[in-house]
Design a protein around this ligand. Structure first.
Ligand SMILES: NC(=O)c1ccc[n+]([C@@H]2O[C@H](COP(=O)([O-])OP(=O)(O)OC[C@H]3O[C@@H](n4cnc5c(N)ncnc54)[C@H](O)[C@@H]3O)[C@@H](O)[C@H]2O)c1
Length: 346
């Protein structure tokens, strides 16, 4: 059976890393068809708007999209397209895995942490922002809801079950922010009781930052509110060597969008040197989401083996390969072809 997904190639390096990613997916024979649609600068040039209705319709129709990075033009009147997509489809769960890979400039080894960030409410949204006439006082509303906390915490536990994870840590600041953060913590404690097979603990966000740096191996799945999740997921990416290997998923009840966390990298666009790993790891998350866990694991294993062998990797990873040659090396491993060399010249 085939499944059609919406594919947004994106701007800058987007088309190059998307081509590499689809090459690996095709080698895996996932039974996926692609409907290519536009967003960002590519859409503005072709259709006169950044986020055409046809693109929203395709995502709604297929329920799953793989998205390259989008350039949001600088200047007033252009809202972030990623935020617009999250709002439009009510993509409440932002899932960010941070996994150690060999041959990267990471500070730690053997890290495997998934941050599940609430994506639709809380301080990050900066609702009702005002600045007083004298410029002295700025304020905004922090609104967390029981419904919002419930669905994100339940998502985190269900993800833990699905992926065979052992522990969920709820990160909060309920000791000081008694209502907004306290509500989230109360909900987390309640829902944890429904999952006796998963260990549960709670941690205050400032301590979590220190603990992540001192002993990151104690974490498995982290669930937290929007702003804390925004910060912690980048901290976790930093533990495993930065955004180059950081995938992200934005998931709602009716749609899910998978993407690399990095941007469109205009400085290297068109040079065939962009690293496709983050988008490919996002595609692996997408395969998991579609129930093809085995294929998702094969993608991650291929990346692991290719990086371990330093085979045809791109300059950001210290190699002299190209986006295309890196993709070939990954395909070789996915297919277990003889072309895969165990130590290709860096
Ligand atoms: N998810 C998204 O769509 C998304 C996320 C962040 C930024 N952006 C957009 O991207 C544009 C550029 O933003 P930026 O320069 O701040 O961040 P960026 O992530 O595009 O680039 C930062 C640095 O990392 C390098 N880099 C990024 N991805 C790489 C890859 N795959 N391989 C090798 N090197 C890579 C770039 O060359 C650059 O030096 C902006 O228009 C921004 O709005 C989009």
């Amino acid at each position: 059976m085939t499944k059609t997904i919406a594919v947004i190639r994106g701007d800058g390096i987007g088309p190059e890393i998307m081509a590499a990613t689809l090459k690996v997916l095709d080698a895996l024979d996932c039974g996926l068809d692609y409907e290519f649609v536009d967003a960002g600068m590519a859409a503005l040039e072709k259709h006169g708007e950044l986020l055409p209705q046809a693109t929203l319709d395709a995502i709604a129709r297929h329920g799953v999209a793989l998205k390259g990075p989008l350039t949001t033009p600088i200047g007033k009147g252009f809202a972030s397209l990623n935020v617009a997509l999250r709002k439009h489809f009510d993509l409440y769960a932002n899932v960010r895995p941070a996994i150690s890979f060999p041959g990267t400039k990471a500070r730690y080894e053997d890290i495997d942490i998934i941050t599940v960030r609430e994506n639709t409410e809380g301080a990050y949204l900066s609702e009702g922002q005002t600045l007083s006439d004298d410029g002295e006082t700025a304020q905004s509303i922090v609104r967390n809801t029981r419904t919002g906390a419930t669905r994100i915490v339940r998502y985190a536990f269900e993800l833990a079950v699905r992926k065979g994870r052992k522990k969920v840590t709820a990160v909060h600041k309920a000791n000081i922010i008694k209502t907004a953060s306290g509500l989230f913590l109360d909900v987390a404690r309640e829902i944890a009781k429904d999952y006796p097979q998963i260990a549960f603990n709670e941690m205050i966000v400032d301590n979590t930052c220190m603990q992540l740096v001192m002993n990151p191996w104690q974490f498995d799945v982290i669930v937290t509110t929007n702003l804390f999740g925004d910060i912690l997921s980048d901290l976790c990416a930093g533990l495993v060597g930065g955004l180059g290997l950081a995938p992200g998923a934005n998931i709602g009840n009716d749609a899910a969008i998978f993407e690399a966390v990095h941007g469109s990298a205009p400085d290297i666009a068109g040079k065939n040197v962009a690293d496709p790993c983050a988008l490919l790891l996002a595609a692996a998350e997408m395969l998991d989401h579609l129930g093809m866990m085995g294929k998702g694991t094969r993608v991650r294993n291929a990346i692991h083996a290719t990086l371990a062998a330093h085979d045809r990797v791109t300059p950001d990873l210290g190699g002299n390969g190209t986006t295309e040659s890196f993709a070939e090396a990954l395909v070789d491993r996915v297919l277990k072809r003889k072309g895969a060399v165990e130590r290709h010249g860096a």
